[in-house]
Design a protein around this ligand. Structure first.
Ligand SMILES: Cc1ncc(COP(=O)(O)O)c(C=O)c1O
Length: 391
């Protein structure tokens, strides 16, 4: 008799890796509890609190007894508000039936993979990628296929073209990107769109960092480049990053009608609906004037500029055009060594780049206060100089 519990696990989760970023956060919490002073640059959430008007709408929902099950794809008013947002911000026309609200954008993405992946189906993921994409594809039985970056660390579109085959189900785009901060240009999106259309594969466009854009760059949703392309695209977004609402767990997607319907059915049989109270909070957020978050975006841009202007010359980095992360490397150290040395010698927590498919780099987040960031950059420079002198 086999009494080893691990042997009872499903094949789908045999190779599952825990989220690298969440693991690091756990380690930092343990080190802090043991009395160590750590600067945590591994965070993936804004350091601002949820605005009061959003919190107030949730309190009102509770007091008014809005605490029951809702429509599995989310309350209609919220889906209508999301349609208005898509039209206003992205020039996209969707009906509320095409929108499904979930427990965070991560959940929206998972629902998509569940809906489209059969065993052996390939999903193309550009490197560097957000840590959860390959793992989610694997859990749902699909096969993640990693695509190269070019010499500017951007999506190598020629390589993408060569990877598409009869088993390809979808490609994932994430712009602005976590972890590199890259923002796809219209020209790049058009080239990608042509390949998507020619091969009739799906395009999953993760736009959760849409508003975090710097230096005159512009966010364009690939779905807005033509009706035919829109019919193959699933746009994913959420309120976590934009409105500092990571704990509320509200994300959403817009998709061609049959896909939205099946995803709503999946949700009805699994989680029923996202939290009713959080939906009311998200409604207040999405209805609000986007200019309300402009000061926060400016603060992030100031921080980004501070980092790129103050990193030691020996440090190589990818200048972010958006999001709130930066990838950097120190000569002669691999990702794990650099991350470990920063933590042990300088008490700075980062995420090793190999978890994002970019060996040699570590990811730092600039979702920390300016004083903390200044201290962190001084320490990173100190370590870089030390290893530069050794080489
Ligand atoms: C690229 C990307 N997509 C999706 C998410 C998930 O966001 P949510 O909090 O809405 O689940 C994250 C969170 O870190 C992310 O970085």
């Amino acid at each position: 008799m086999d009494n080893k519990i691990e042997n009872k696990f499903s094949w789908k989760i045999k190779e599952l890796k825990p989220s690298a970023t969440l693991l690091i956060n756990k380690k930092v919490a343990e080190m802090k509890a043991a009395g160590e002073e750590i600067i945590n640059l591994s965070v993936g959430e804004p350091d601002f609190g949820t605005p009061d008007f959003i919190k107030d709408s949730a309190i009102k929902a509770i007091n008014e007894g809005f605490t029951r099950y809702t429509d599995s794809s989310g309350i209609r008013e919220l889906r209508e508000a999301i349609c208005k947002k898509f039209f206003h911000d992205n020039n996209l026309v969707y009906t509320p039936e095409q929108v499904v609200v979930s427990n965070g954008a991560k959940h929206s993405l998972f629902n998509i993979f569940l809906a489209i992946c059969d065993e052996g189906d390939e999903v193309i993921i550009p490197r560097p990628y957000w840590v959860s994409y390959p793992e989610m594809v694997k859990i749902t039985g699909g096969k993640p296929v990693l695509c190269r970056f070019d010499d500017k660390y951007r999506f190598d579109i020629e390589h993408f073209k060569s990877l598409v085959n009869k088993n390809t189900k979808a490609v994932i785009l994430n712009s602005p990107s976590n972890p590199s901060g890259m923002v796809y240009s219209e020209e790049e999106l058009k080239k990608i769109g042509e390949i998507v259309l020619k091969n009739q594969i799906l395009c999953i466009s993760d736009e959760v960092y849409e508003y975090f854009i710097y230096g005159g760059n512009r966010h364009i949703s690939i779905a807005s480049l033509g009706e035919e392309l829109k019919n193959l695209t699933i746009v994913v977004n959420g309120v976590s990053k934009t409105f500092s609402m990571t704990g509320w767990r509200i994300g959403y997607l817009a998709a061609p009608l049959p896909l939205a319907k099946i995803i709503s059915d999946i949700q009805s049989q699994t989680t029923s609906n996202p939290s009713s109270v959080s939906q009311k909070a998200a409604l207040a957020a999405i209805f609000s004037n986007p200019s309300g978050i402009a000061p926060i975006i400016r603060e992030f841009e100031t921080r980004r500029n501070f980092i790129v202007e103050n990193l030691d010359k020996s440090i190589k980095f990818i200048k972010p055009e958006g999001a709130f992360y930066l990838l950097l490397k120190v000569e002669n150290l691999n990702s794990l060594q650099l991350s470990k040395k920063l933590l042990e010698e300088e008490k700075i927590a980062t995420v090793p780049g190999n978890d994002f498919g970019i060996e040699g780099f570590v990811r730092i987040s600039f979702a920390v206060k300016m004083e903390t960031l200044k201290e962190a950059i001084a320490r990173i420079n100190k370590l870089a100089k030390k290893y530069d002198e050794k080489s």
